[in-house]
Design a protein around this ligand. Structure first.
Ligand SMILES: [Zn+2]
Length: 423
């Protein structure tokens, strides 16, 4: 008798706690997750739980793809998302409920309190292995010497800066006891190849696979084989690279992930192939969310959306990114992007988090990577002073020769990580 009473109490208190906690969280997170309110036509949040629909028509007909009651959220988060069960149904969740000892502390990832043993992923953006491929990748800086007053033209590329940042930062974090994974090697994509090697060895095989699993149709397949330029093939490879990065990161189960990027103002190339430098400079960071029209069209996207809505990943990612941005402004002395700005990708494709410099944006990696993430954009490479400083090799650490500005970016990430862990 005593035994039954105990179980009853547990279930009862767990039920109301789960409802309060997850419902509150979902209602708070929904504003970060949705950039276009049309997506609300695919979601229902009420006292019972959350329902997601494959289309707005299905919502009108009340045909939910998935109904997760508040009590079942821990089951969804532990047993569905973590194991990537894309064929999950409401019935399976209910069946799972019988097998699982419900304990929601299990899915509330706790913030680490020291760097010892913390698993951290450093994901250096892009993968060009030289300046020529960086042009294909469209992630390079080339500024005429007459603009900068230097002896030579300024030339460097983002993939190289990002990789050097990752190597130096990794060593420092490892020295403090962290376990670090870097998602790619120098000049190689996460797929293990440079662009040219991949193109020669794997491009046709990947196309064939995509044709077989119907990711592309025969017409697209033929177009890629006969008409695609290197730039088109690069873009195709880039998508594969991002998926590989996400898989590598998720299977490492990191507590923290940093995507390392250096930004540019987006000015266009002149006819001689040079960018004009800008006087402005700013840093920013992205976390998940900011889904736009059409971005809940696949089941995979809807599962990522639900994970972001119901877990504490988003809240912790915003907190983490806040610390990273603060450390950037203090150490590198680059200001965060002002809240009022005219950047299209912030005003139209992102949601402001109310934390300076931190935005929700539905990038491939901020969507696919589970856990706490900061997608950092440390500075503007084409800022006129920054460009000159970044092109210098006046700093050496961990056998890497680079610019003193890269050293400061490493300092900022390191300090940001420590502040996050300690606060
Ligand atoms: Zn980048």
């Amino acid at each position: 008798m005593k035994y039954f009473f105990f179980i009853f109490c547990c279930c009862f208190s767990f039920g109301s706690m789960a409802q309060n906690m997850y419902q509150e969280r979902a209602l708070k997170n929904i504003s970060y997750l949705i950039r276009d309110s049309i997506l609300l036509e695919q979601i229902k949040i009420d006292d019972q739980g959350i329902s997601i629909y494959a289309s707005s028509e299905n919502k009108k007909k009340d045909i939910a793809e998935l109904l997760i009651t508040w009590d079942d959220v821990p089951i969804f988060l532990t047993h569905v998302v973590k194991e990537n069960k894309k064929n999950i149904t409401t019935e399976k969740i209910i069946r799972e409920r019988q097998n699982v000892h419900q304990n929601f502390s299990l899915v509330e990832k706790e913030k680490p309190t020291s760097l010892k043993g913390v698993r951290i992923v450093l994901d250096p953006g892009h993968f060009a292995h030289n300046f020529k491929t960086a042009i294909l990748e469209r992630k390079f800086i080339k500024i005429h010497k007459k603009e900068t007053g230097t002896k030579k033209d300024i030339e460097f590329f983002e993939s190289d800066l990002a990789w050097k940042t990752a190597i130096i930062l990794a060593k420092r974090l490892e020295n403090k006891g962290a376990e670090v994974l870097i998602t790619r090697k120098k000049g190689k994509s996460a797929l293990g190849y440079s662009f040219l090697k991949w193109k020669n060895k794997l491009f046709k095989k990947e196309l064939q696979k995509d044709l077989e699993n119907k990711s592309i149709n025969q017409e697209q397949y033929n177009w890629y084989l006969q008409k695609a330029t290197d730039k088109d093939i690069y873009r195709y490879m880039n998508k594969k690279d991002l998926i590989e990065r996400a898989q590598k990161i998720n299977s490492f189960r990191p507590q923290l992930t940093i995507n390392i990027h250096y930004n540019a103002s987006g000015s266009s190339l002149n006819s001689e192939g040079y960018f004009s430098p800008t006087a402005s400079n700013y840093c920013m960071a992205f976390v998940g969310g900011g889904f736009m029209k059409g971005e809940l069209n696949s089941k995979e996207a809807r599962l990522h959306f639900l994970r972001l809505l119901l877990s504490n990943d988003l809240e912790q990612s915003i907190h983490f990114s806040d610390e990273i941005i603060k450390a950037h402004t203090e150490i590198i002395k680059v200001p965060h992007i002002p809240n009022k700005n005219n950047l299209f990708y912030l005003n139209k494709n992102s949601v402001y988090t109310n934390i300076e410099g931190v935005y929700c944006r539905n990038l491939a990696l901020t969507r696919m990577v589970q856990g706490v993430i900061c997608f950092g954009e440390s500075l503007l490479q084409d800022n006129i002073n920054e460009a000159v400083l970044l092109s210098q090799k006046n700093y050496k650490e961990s056998k890497i020769k680079t610019s003193n500005r890269v050293k400061l970016v490493v300092d900022a990430y390191e300090q940001g990580i420590l502040n996050y862990i300690e606060n």
